[in-house]
Write a protein that binds this ligand. Structure first.
Ligand code: NAI
Length: 243
């Protein structure tokens, strides 16, 4: 199979680690990014330096027209998308539900869930038998993130339901749909949430006593995409140090 992977929000963090790992495993990779072209180009340069194949493409994946353009660009460069990682996501500063605005709530839902829906919708129009999707959900979907970001937790809960439903819709086509549910991964996202040192603060409460790395999440994503996971669909891997 000509393996062509789209990783959304791949300019940094878990997405970047996943794009780099997939390139090492002979996927041609589209490094989607939203606004920061420089970091996305850096990811592509690292992949190419190691002999891999990748290109960067800017698209706000919460917008249907931009998702369509993104897939057209990939089709032109590499052919049909065979593997999809819905990684793009946002959270805002820690807050109780009472203090959340409806604008923020809707923005989180659109960015985290509508983007996943739109990319799945485009991908499955072209994905061959043997293709696979991994959605990057969160431990927050199980825990609920009280006093921090219930909006974010709710968006990840919706991703879990979408994962389950779509896995059943696509099983007959032999397209597998799974999710990873990371937690406490050391990336720049926590600074966006208003607490850059969140992982250090919470480490004593994590059974494995440390945060995880983006590379550790990428390993599970790549495995779920691979033929090694060929009998696995509609399931979730929790990557949260035992939490
Ligand atoms: P990150 O903030 O580095 O990565 C998120 C990426 O998504 C960024 O590159 C951002 O530019 C991109 N993005 C946001 N909105 C976008 C849009 N509309 N279109 C295209 N790209 C967009 O953070 P991290 O940690 O690498 O997060 C990756 C995924 O992992 C997210 O879905 C996040 O919710 C999830 N996650 C992270 C955890 C952690 O502890 N870091 C825990 C659980 C889940």
């Amino acid at each position: 199979m000509n393996k062509v992977a789209l990783v959304t929000g791949a300019g940094r963090g878990i997405g970047a680690a996943t794009a780099k790992l997939l390139a090492k495993q002979d996927y041609k990779v589209c490094v989607n990014y939203h606004t920061n072209a420089e970091t996305a180009q850096q990811v592509v340069a690292e992949i190419e330096a190691q002999g891999g194949t990748a290109f960067a493409f800017a698209a706000d994946v919460s917008q249907e027209n931009e998702v369509i353009q993104l897939f057209q660009a990939i089709n032109k460069q590499y052919g049909k998308v065979t593997h999809l990682v819905n990684n793009a996501g946002i959270l805002f500063t820690q807050s109780t539900l009472a203090d959340l605005s409806v604008e923020r709530f809707n923005k989180v839902l659109i960015t985290n869930v509508t983007s996943c829906f739109l990319c799945c919708k485009e991908a499955i129009k072209q994905m061959p038998s043997g293709g696979a999707i991994v959605n990057v959900s969160s431990a927050a979907s199980r825990i609920g993130a009280p006093n921090e970001y219930i909006d974010y937790a709710a968006s990840k809960g919706a991703m879990d339901s979408l994962t389950k439903g779509l896995s059943l819709e696509l099983a007959e086509r032999n397209i597998r749909v799974n999710a990873v549910r990371p937690g406490f991964i050391d990336t720049e996202m926590h600074a966006d949430g208003g607490e850059p040192n969140r992982i250090q603060r919470l480490s004593p409460q994590i059974p494995l006593k440390r945060g995880g790395t983006a590379a550790e999440v990428a390993n599970s994503i790549a495995w779920l995409l691979s033929t090694e996971a060929s009998y696995i669909t509609g399931t979730f891997i929790d990557i949260a140090g035992g939490k």
